[in-house]
Ligand binder design. Structure first.
Ligand code: FAD
Length: 274
């Protein structure tokens, strides 16, 4: 049996139907003991209310929940109020981000995650365990590996306690990133983000936006499937093998991007013996 800590990420629902889909997915994933679930946030506040409502509802049901948060176009009073609401409800973990251009309303001003972390520490001290994003394959806007590491270190120095990576399909990229961060005296746990494979078109679109590399061998094989179920079988096998490599190499935990579906993550976790 595998006993590594795991966590699940859900996308903030924008409709009541989507909210019940999220609840269903979480109910089905409950059989896997998990450290926390996180709920995404649209930069610029596009899902501010949806994120907050979902987070508070999960917390009411005794789920350890970590809201994602970014400044987006919001002023500091709005963010402070949100932080204090979460604190008053006993929420202890936050995922602090700059946010994505695509996820906001209009063109929100993007404020670096390090500034948000400093703000969280100024307003709520050490109350929150702060997770940040990390990019083993390098963030698409980064000029170089060294600037990537330097700005990552800035987030750690500002008060981040842990990091969750963008998804990747090359274990080597993750382990190299760990070596580079260790050289920079970064000691916080860096947890791999795991994206199950269930559909090629969606994965290609998403990967293009976030700069995740889809290896040619993987794309070519996924292109060869006419049958969705066969593609999902193959996808589960590939991601299970990736997780095995990560676990064997010493990953401190695994964070699953569920996209509000239970089956793809559950299949991988079952394969791994969780
Ligand atoms: P930052 O750490 O601010 O970095 C962004 C870029 O700027 C990097 O290239 C960095 O090297 C550079 N940089 C950092 N600091 C400076 C500086 N001081 N000066 C100049 N350059 C700098 N997006 C959402 O909108 N909502 C979500 O809920 C969400 N959840 C996510 C969860 C995880 C685990 C991950 C990995 C990503 C998530 N994203 C989310 C996507 C994320 O917002 C984007 O990848 C975004 O483009 C960068 O966010 P960041 O927090 O890493 O930004």
């Amino acid at each position: 049996m595998t006993t590594l800590p795991i966590s699940f990420e859900f996308s903030a629902p924008k409709t009541e139907a989507a909210a019940s889909g999220l609840r269903r997915a979480h109910d089905r994933l409950k059989r896997f003991e998990h450290e926390f679930v996180s709920v995404t946030y649209g930069a610029g506040g596009s899902t501010r209310d949806g994120t907050k409502k979902t987070v508070l509802a999960l917390k009411e049901n005794d789920v350890e929940v970590a809201p994602h948060l970014s400044f987006g176009g919001d002023n500091s009073e709005v963010i402070q109020e949100l932080l204090l609401t979460y604190k008053n409800k006993g929420i202890r973990r936050i995922v602090a981000l700059r946010g994505d251009r695509q996820s906001g309303i209009g063109s929100p001003k993007l404020i670096h995650a390090s500034e948000l972390i400093r703000f969280i520490r100024e307003t709520t001290g050490d109350w929150f365990h702060i997770e940040v994003a990390a990019y083993p394959e390098i963030h698409p806007e980064s000029k170089s590996v060294s600037s990537e590491i330097a700005f990552f270190k800035e987030k750690v120095d500002a008060g981040a306690n842990g990091a969750i990576t963008q998804y990747f399909y090359s274990a080597e990229a993750y382990f190299r990133f760990l070596e580079e961060t260790a050289k920079a005296q970064i000691t916080i746990p860096i947890v791999p983000g795991i994206m199950p494979i269930t559909n090629l078109t969606g994965l290609q679109r998403f990967s293009q936006i976030c700069g995740a590399d889809l290896p040619r061998w993987l794309v070519k094989r996924l292109e060869g499937f006419d049958d969705d179920e066969a593609l999902k079988d193959f996808g589960a096998e590939v991601v299970t093998r990736l997780c095995e490599q990560l676990i064997q190499g010493g990953a401190p935990a695994l964070h699953f991007y569920t996209l509000n579906q239970s089956k793809p993550s559950a299949r991988i976790l079952d394969n791994l013996g969780f």
